[in-house]
Ligand binder design. Sequence first.
Ligand code: PMP
Length: 435
Amino acid sequence: MKILDEYLKQNEKSAEKFREASKFLPSGNTRSALYWPPYPIYLEKGRSNIVYDIDGNKRIDFNYNNTSLIHGHNHPDVMRAAQAQLRKGTVLGTPTEPEVALAEELTKRLEKADLIRFTPSGTEANMQAIRLARAYTGKPNIAKCVGAYHGSWDAVPLTPGTPGIPSKVEECTIYFPYNNAGEAERLIKLHRDSLAAVIIEPTMRDMTPKPSFLKTVREATESSDVPLIFDEVISFRLSYGGAQRYFGVLPDITTMGKIIGGGFPVGAYATSEEIFEPMKIPEKNLPEVGSPRLGFSGTFNAHPVSMAAGLAAMKMLPQTKYDDLEKIGNQIREGLRKVISEENVIAQVGGVGSLFHLTWANIEVNDHASSQTADRALYHIFNLGMMNKGVFILGHPNVSTAQSLSDVELIVESARETVREMKPLIKERAHHLIN
Ligand code: PMP
């Protein structure tokens, strides 16, 4: 196949590195999402909107470490802030000033959050948010959308029956379909006495919520007295106040990650003073020292370099920047839709704001079940074809403030050429996707 042959030709050093990596790392790597057949490319450096690999290929980035670099690679202001902090040491061992400044910057963007705590990742933000909700309500169970990713850990598997998770733990997780307001409402009301929280990614895997869905979940959780958590690890890039502000639905607890660390490891969870009560450390006079009901620690929590870089990144994001990102997102979505229709193939172009994607399915993809109808092989081949043409897309394609108009033209024209190259394959394995 032409696309595969070209990929092998362009990426010989990456092939060699992957063979070496497979001796030391399971499947050659550390993040399942970063493996793709025949082997991933090895990136060496990034500058602004461009990534460079070890074979010397240069590609326009539409991945940005899975949505985390909202200003692109090595933005001078973010780098300056990180380097200035690094000159003071790596990690210091007490609370630091940048932590306080980023806490202020983020809580002022969230209407229902008085306070915030930082973690080294989005996964840990969700872990702590759920533990806090359990401590606050005194109830054991959580409800989540089937297929939703909230990090790689036990309370939130993508789907029931995940290996390695004891059935006793699984019993505490209740699933409902994304975008099905009626079913969500029914389950929340049915389980209200056992539910410590409902956790939702407002734009689950970059799908757009139906107008009534978030609102219904909000009303059902509110009337059932169940805290609602929005996992905004990705969707916080939708507006100055995240997806909650974009869609006008406010959760009780917000978790964040990715962009708020300016490219360094980070996570955070924010909520009201009332919900944070279990973590409140009682103030005592020496020699007595107070202990909270629920402790929370982590050697690298609120890492000063992440805090300083994150603050610099967030300070450069007034609402107008999100509007600009959305305009680019719209141009890309429109361009891809045009290609799909003009090339007489069937695929779904989706995403919202700065997030976009192309899914090889012949029905609208708006929940886990419909996403499962997509042809995954075509998805991979499309990505390889795009990489061959100097476009790096993967996972959750997205744009940064470093993107230019010519990038939009490049991605749309590369998609056209790639779709043309893929036509024989589409005819062969997915006739239902030919118009
Ligand atoms: N929640 C969502 C919605 C995510 O997309 C991710 C990561 N892709 C996480 C949580 C976990 O974040 P991290 O990878 O920083 O642990």
